[in-house]
Design a protein around this ligand. Structure first.
Ligand code: GDG
Length: 731
């Protein structure tokens, strides 16, 4: 059976030394809670740190921990020293990555010694995984503490299925670029086959950073990096829905809720609960609550804010400062508004047992979840689940990943004090039936996309990527194969070279007119085409006039408009068959409309095709528009028998059945050809790759799924290959 190895900084079980004994207990936190449920119900092993300093353990204790964790919890411990914990965990992870990735740049420290510790610790995790990994295991690495691990594992297990999920936000480029070790971190992540984020925005930021920092290429989330294909995608983490929906009705939770209602004397209860972290916006929330009491005196004595702050990272200074700030704020607000009978804020600074947490969810009329920035935020989802089928209002920050899915919550910008006051008021005065209605829609979504589904979805996608990688690609043309090709060319008597133009002979430029052939290309074509035994055909998607102007004087044959027009050295331009262009009428207005909506795009008209070119448009916008455009064209396409193809930054519409392959066939069909080479770079070339006979040479420029047998990285490689061919011929 295929095993899953989950790897995270912290195990879902922590070990504590109490009066000389080792005590095992569950960990608090988003990753442990969320994935914990999946782990319990599946065949998986979890590798991570058990929260106990290794220096204080003798070998016998370590063995005891190993055995118990393995037998009772399917966990494998990584032993970290006190120095590791200080520098890798409290240091680089929590003083550098955590603030930076949450865009708290003012808190981010850049220290090369903690960076060294981070690398060292990631290697420890790698070694722990390597010790137990079997070849067909799936390895799923979690979160920001282990961003180097995917690549470290890839080096040792080149074929393994490796997934990575980032539980916190990925920041915009301007912030990520601040990190002195940004390339190494990205390379670390790119060792994975699938990189998951909570929201599509984070995916975009990540792809943008990789493009700009490492020069990766991506298309619909498929990333090509070197000779590897991987995928980045959004998987909004869900919760173990039943655990909260049913749990809220359990006897213990109901008892707890009852107690809270009694203690707050039937006042409205607003719940605020998070780890005490500066990203969670606790001071902003407290100030908003105070402003609410100030501006709405009618609510004094009628509402209680239950504020739970779970201690976290107390060894980091900013967390201790935050603790003082919160203590002080709570004190001053309570000092100002309390009466003998009423304390506006009930403040708890400690972790709660699970049933108490559930009781609090159940008792709260309003949950105030207003982080300044949060990868997802599971508390928001858990609260809604606990209110399935009943009233209760979620006030949710727009800055939490969860806001994308919980559109029916009262959404608020946590930096906007007036908006926050307004939101609290809206929540407290919302009619009950509206509360129920809003919850119903959210509950429907949360009960479908549970943490189970989230994990299955991620792992399913990971398998898909592995399959795609098999088809992906074309083996890179190594030097041995290249020599073989050149030898075959030199030995052949009747050679046929079919060469695409844009992106194959000439590199892309954002200005189409700048792509006229340079001297090197002209000389290469001249040299190859002058040889009697070589037929050179340049197959372009461009209009025939441009192709003629640029290449018409050379001893080569030409194909324009992806196969509509053909020109051999003996004659005129002819169409491959009699053609009509009446179909353009219904298509043109559709393309014009998309041009108006997409700044930087334009329509090119050729004799028998219409092209929507978005080379100068914003790539992300264009990506969305391409999908919409294809949908919009669906009807006309069927009626007029047209083909819509996507090329490099273009969408082209032309009559079905006219393509490069059909044109190329004219030359390929000659039966005395004993060397055939076709080089192309985009989807319009795939028909030719597919049709080319087994014994021909097919080369794709760039990476990506293809029917070509080989690939080269760039136009430069193509030119060098052609040059080597002319030189071999000259010998
Ligand atoms: C990170 C990201 C992302 C909290 N206090 C107690 C307690 N909890 C449980 C909650 C919830 C979890 O811990 C907290 O999850 P969050 O999502 O709110 O926050 P982080 O710990 O910061 O988690 C976050 C998450 O990873 C998952 O990807 O959503 O954005 O920052 O499940 O119920 N549980 C108990 N007592 C407590 O006092 N028993």
């Amino acid at each position: 059976m295929k095993r899953l190895l989950i790897v995270s900084n912290r195990l879902p079980v922590t070990v504590e030394r109490r009066k000389g004994d080792l005590v095992f207990k569950g960990s608090v936190g988003g990753v442990a809670t969320g994935l914990g449920s999946y782990h319990e119900t599946h065949e998986s092993l979890w590798v991570g740190w058990a929260d106990v300093a290794a220096g204080r353990l003798d070998e016998e204790e370590r063995e005891h921990i190993r055995t118990r964790l393995r037998d009772e919890h399917q966990c494998v411990p990584v032993f970290l020293t006190a120095d590791d914990v200080r520098d890798y965990y409290h240091g680089f992870s929590n003083k550098t990555l955590w603030p930076l990735l949450h865009q708290f740049t003012q808190f981010a420290e850049f220290d090369s010694s903690t960076w060294a510790a981070y690398k060292r610790a990631n290697r420890k995790f790698r070694d722990a995984v390597l010790e137990i990994a079997r070849p067909d295991d799936t390895i799923w690495v979690q979160d920001y503490q282990l961003m180097l691990l995917p690549q470290m594992l890839r080096e040792k297990l080149p074929k393994a299925s490796i997934g990575f999920f980032l539980h916190i936000p990925f920041p915009v480029f301007e912030v990520f670029r601040m990190l002195p070790w940004r390339s190494e971190l990205l390379e670390g992540l790119l060792g994975a086959d699938l990189i998951g984020f909570h929201t599509y925005d984070y995916v975009r930021y990540f792809l943008g950073a990789s493009r700009r920092i490492l020069g990766t290429e991506d298309h619909f989330g498929r990333v090509s990096f070197g000779d590897r294909l991987l995928l980045a995608d959004a998987f909004p983490m869900g919760i173990d829905f039943e655990r909260y929906a049913e749990g809220a009705h359990s006897e213990q939770a109901a008892h707890e809720a009852e107690r809270i209602t009694q203690r707050t004397r039937d006042r409205k209860v607003i719940l605020s609960i998070d780890r005490l972290d500066y990203t969670k916006g606790i001071p902003h929330r407290l100030r908003a609550f105070a402003a609410f009491l100030e501006r709405h005196p009618e609510w004094r004595d009628k509402v209680t804010l239950v504020a739970v702050a779970v201690p976290s990272r107390t060894r980091v200074r900013h967390y201790r400062d935050l603790k003082s700030e919160v203590d002080q704020l709570v004190g001053s607000i309570n000092g100002q508004y309390s009466t003998i009978d009423w304390t506006p804020i009930r403040y708890l600074y400690r972790p709660l047992p699970f049933h108490t947490l559930l009781g609090m969810y159940a008792a709260a009329d309003v949950a105030l979840v207003t982080p300044l920035r949060d990868g997802m935020n599971l508390i928001a989802k858990e609260y809604v689940a606990a209110h399935a089928g009943r009233d209760g209002v979620l006030v949710l920050s727009e800055m939490a990943g969860a806001a994308r899915e919980l559109g029916e919550a009262v959404q608020v910008n946590p930096f906007d004090l007036d908006g926050m006051v307004e939101a609290i008021h809206t929540a407290l005065t919302m009619p009950e039936d509206e509360q129920c209605k809003r919850n119903e829609s959210m509950v429907r979504r949360l009960s479908r996309y549970t943490v189970q589904r989230w994990a299955e979805d991620f792992l399913g996608k990971l398998e898909e990527v592995k399959v795609a990688q098999i088809d992906f690609g074309a083996t890179p043309l190594d030097s041995e194969t290249r020599k073989e090709l050149v030898r075959a060319f030199a030995a052949a008597k009747n050679r046929l070279l079919l060469l695409d133009y844009d992106g194959t002979l000439m590199p892309f430029s954002t200005r189409a007119e700048e792509m006229a052939p340079d001297r090197e290309v002209l000389e290469l074509l001249e040299a190859l085409g002058s040889d009697e035994s070589t037929d050179v055909v340049v197959i372009s998607g461009r209009d025939r006039k441009t192709v003629d102007d640029w290449l018409g004087h050379l001893p080569v044959d030409l194909v324009a408009e992806h196969g509509v027009w053909i020109h051999d050295r003996s004659g005129e331009w002819v169409t491959i068959e009699p053609m009509s262009d009446e179909w353009k009428e219904p298509v043109r207005p559709v393309l014009d409309m998309f041009t108006d909506r997409t700044p930087g795009s334009f329509v090119e008209e050729k004799d028998y095709s219409l092209v929507w070119n978005h080379r100068r448009a914003h790539p992300r916008l264009a990506e969305t528009r391409v999908t919409e455009l294809k949908e919009a064209l669906d009807n006309v396409v069927a009626e007029e028998d047209l083909a819509v193809t996507e090329g490099n930054r273009v969408v082209e519409v032309r009559l079905a059945g006219v393509n490069k392959a059909r044109a190329a066939y004219r030359w390929m069909a000659q039966d005395d050809v004993d060397f055939l080479l076709f080089v192309g770079d985009d989807r319009t070339d795939e028909d030719v790759f597919e049709m080319a006979p087994e014994d021909s040479w097919t080369i794709k420029v760039g990476v990506g799924p293809t029917h070509a047998a080989h690939s080269v990285r760039s136009v430069r490689d193509v030119r060098e290959l052609l040059k080597a061919m002319t030189e071999a011929d000259a010998k």
